[in-house]
Write a protein that binds this ligand. Sequence first.
Ligand SMILES: NC(=O)c1ccc[n+]([C@@H]2O[C@H](COP(=O)([O-])OP(=O)(O)OC[C@H]3O[C@@H](n4cnc5c(N)ncnc54)[C@H](O)[C@@H]3O)[C@@H](O)[C@H]2O)c1
Length: 340
Amino acid sequence: MGDVRCAVVGLGRLGSRHAYNLAKNVKGASLVAVADVLPESAEKTARELGVPEWTTDAEAVIQRADIDAVVIVTSTDMHAPLAKKAAEAGKALFIEKPLSLDMEESRAIVEAVEKAGVYCEVGFMRRFDPAYQEAKRRIAAGDIGRPLYFKAVSRDPQAPPESYIPRSGGIFVDMTIHDYDLARFLMEREVTEVTAMGSIVHSKEMEKYDDVDTAVTYLRFEDGAAGDIESTRNSFYGYDIRTEIIGTEGSLIISGVQRHPRVQVWKPGSGTYEIEPGFLERFEMAYLAEMVSFIERVREGGTPAVSVRDALAAQAIAVAADRSYREKRSVSVEAVSVTA
Ligand SMILES: NC(=O)c1ccc[n+]([C@@H]2O[C@H](COP(=O)([O-])OP(=O)(O)OC[C@H]3O[C@@H](n4cnc5c(N)ncnc54)[C@H](O)[C@@H]3O)[C@@H](O)[C@H]2O)c1
């Protein structure tokens, strides 16, 4: 196959990064069209990246016979209608996480993808980060024995733009879903029950959208293993992502932070400040690696690195956590078959 002719739909914070990588950095990809409902975003991206065509009509792009692959990076509420149309049109698909705002819509995406038999990958980019790849390799090699406990801290430096919040699905579905995916990926087993709590500790505007800016999720896995995840949108000192897997023979820690036997103050300008400002910087290599992998697999007819069913399984955990927080009780996670 020649170059994979791609279109990127949705050119906000992340869509413009995916468009940049496809236009400039990914061998075997050709970015032939970009679309955004905001004409200024579409025109600007096309002009800056030398993309031949831009439009505000995503569906028109999806129907074009000369496009092989559609990368969907719109706000989450638009993923399902666009993904279903793209699958029906026979396009290879890359969809940003989460698949959609609710399980029913996500199941409809899975059904459309499987019915059409098209390639579909979902954007859980942390799996492509070099540190997480190394962690996966070392766990598989038995370096820490049998994994028993999953611990994660995910802190965003500030709440997303207010316009993003009502179309995001809330903290568990939008943000903690990255850690639910990592829990499945690194522990290699399913989460069966969650207990979650949440609060607004800073971003008062969250109240309007029935969302919170801080949460914890306690996880129980199918074989009795456990874990916990802290999610915060208020780490004003930087973007702070850490994961630890405790095994029977050792502990594996993924973090940008060094271990020092003393109290540290992290803030910009202090000597110990080693934290990236945001997700685009921390996961720069991961966003590129996932696009490289996507294009390679589409060209070579491979299977997706992160399938729609993986994404559905992570969403099932997120939905259970959201319900647990609202109903103030532990909630069982809907079982999702990871094979078609
Ligand atoms: N993997 C990650 O680390 C990561 C990080 C950020 C966002 N995301 C996901 O990426 C998606 C986009 O997030 P963002 O932060 O870039 O949001 P954003 O609000 O910055 O951008 C969304 C863009 O989609 C456009 N849009 C909305 N509806 C559209 C439609 N029907 N057709 C064409 N364009 C449309 C908007 O005009 C906007 O430019 C979300 O699903 C989000 O969950 C993933």
